[in-house]
Design a protein around this ligand. Structure first.
Ligand code: PLP
Length: 460
């Protein structure tokens, strides 16, 4: 065995304690250090590949010296860019053990990992109010979850024409239309990967002053379409967290027969809060749906789930036949259900946090994030020079400058704030804006007060 490797093996308990102390210190400070440190200028050149290596302790020292100062505090309470969750203590424990156990949980030939995944998926199904007809799998993120859902949709379109796109390609499908009001950018990416093409996406008019689709306009688009359709409903848009009326859309499906995919990447968590659960009423009616876990469940990257009612079609798309893999059977192995073959025991972090805090704990996180977003929204309405662009429906505050809100001026403002609070730019209804998205379990009203102070004091 290579000398450095053997030395680390012999020293492993001490090494792990050393890393544990290091991680504990960084997490203790995560709420105080700069949220997004400014990049060094000029950027240092990449280091050369070491020849003999210096062992894991030296690697940690080098990482701490050269890279950690440049990493953002995205695990901390005032990183409000994109929609970024943190990591609950239990999720971190689960993630560490995922690496320690290093399972490839994709086959019943080595079944416990898959069983743990299925148990976790059952818990998640219950959390989001889904019926047992929905089968789930873990994937790396909502983009991959949307991709899997739309791949199943593609196979369903083929089934109606008596062909299998998984076997014969998309040619026989002709022109496919994917109708959606405010689709996330990942839907276009998924359509590109699936051979349906980004141009398959047809934007349906929205309700006035909203990001939710106008059901009457959707019906008109369905009536006009001369071929097969998929509808992507949005349960939680990224700018204003608006929700399509899922029940109304599902009612249209009775008449027009389309595949209903619901992108509920973070909006699904509204189901945990009795005050907001009505926003996702009808979620269970989806033919396929997407939920991110590295956002509001607060497990580490990269983790999401997809659910579908047609696991048979999912297996038709993703089956992976090889002599050494099991047959499909009634409960196909994970290797036959997702784009990946091998994958880590991704469910373990979710299992830990759900076991540790349960429905009540995760409900409290959701409700506190919503309360923080509301408080920030109310404060922004009072701050001179700023303007709220949309009502705070759930956990995102979309705001802009009261006068002359150009993208450049907003980028400057975001840059000035970024040591204290990180927000990301957007354009809402043609107006350049900033978004503050609350989805980290660490965030409290004390953070909101700090954010308000930073906004008040930032020159603009
Ligand atoms: C974040 C998000 C996605 C993409 O998620 P990734 O985890 O980055 O792949 C898709 N849809 C919506 C609504 C999202 O918020």
């Amino acid at each position: 065995m290579f000398r450095g490797l053997a030395a680390d093996r012999d020293e492993l308990p001490g090494l792990l304690e050393h890393v544990q102390a290091h991680a504990a210190a960084l997490l203790k400070a995560v709420g105080e250090r700069e949220v997004v440190p400014p990049p060094p200028s000029p950027l240092p050149a990449p280091a050369a590949l070491p020849a003999g290596g210096a062992g894991a302790r030296a690697a940690l020292e080098e990482f701490a010296r050269r890279w950690e100062p440049r990493l953002s505090s995205s695990a901390g309470p005032r990183y409000l860019g994109f929609v970024t969750g943190g990591v609950t203590p239990a999720a971190l424990v689960g993630d560490w053990l995922t690496g320690a156990w290093d399972q490839n949980s994709n086959s019943s030939l080595d079944g416990a990992g898959q069983e743990l995944e299925r148990e976790t998926l059952g818990w998640l199904r219950e959390l989001f109010g889904l019926s047992v007809e929905h089968h789930g799998t873990f994937v790396s993120g909502a983009t991959m979850s949307n991709t899997v859902g739309l791949a199943v949709a593609r196979e369903w379109l083929g089934e109606r024409l008596g062909v299998s796109p998984a076997e014969d390609g998309t040619g026989p499908l002709g022109r496919v239309r994917v109708l959606s009001g405010s689709p996330h950018s990942s839907v276009a990416k998924a359509l590109s990967m699936l051979g349906l093409g980004r141009r398959a996406l047809v934007r349906v008019p929205l309700l006035p002053g909203r990001e939710a689709v106008d059901p009457a306009a959707l019906e008109a688009a369905l009536r006009e379409a001369d071929g097969p359709c998929v509808v992507v409903a949005n349960a939680g848009t990224v700018n204003t967290v608006d929700f399509d009326d899922l029940k109304a859309i599902a009612a249209l499906r009775e008449r027009y027969g389309f595949w209903l995919h619901v992108d509920a990447a973070f909006g699904a968590f509204a189901a945990l809060s009795p005050e907001h659960a009505h926003l996702v009423a009808g979620l269970d009616l989806a033919d396929s749906l997407c939920v991110d876990l590295h956002k509001w469940l607060n497990v580490p990257y990269d983790s999401a789930v997809q659910f579908t009612r047609r696991r048979d079609l999912q297996a038709a798309v993703f089956q992976n036949s090889a002599a050494y893999l099991g047959p499909l059977g009634d409960t196909p192995d994970t290797v036959h259900l997702t784009p990946e073959n091998s994958h880590r025991l991704r469910a373990l972090a979710a299992w830990f946090t759900l076991y540790a805090y349960g429905r009540d704990g995760h409900r409290e996180i959701v409700e506190r994030c919503v309360a923080c977003a509301r408080a920030l929204g109310e404060a922004i309405e009072e701050l001179p020079g700023l303007r709220l662009l949309a009502p705070v429906r759930l956990n995102v505050v979309c705001f802009t400058l009261a006068g002359d809100p150009t993208a450049d001026r907003l980028a400057e403002l975001a840059g000035r704030l970024s040591r204290e609070v990180f927000v990301t730019p957007t354009v809402y209804d043609g107006v350049p804006a900033l978004r503050a998205a609350f989805s980290n379990w660490r965030t409290t009203d004390a953070d909101v007060r700090r954010i308000v102070t930073a906004l008040r004091d930032a020159p603009r």
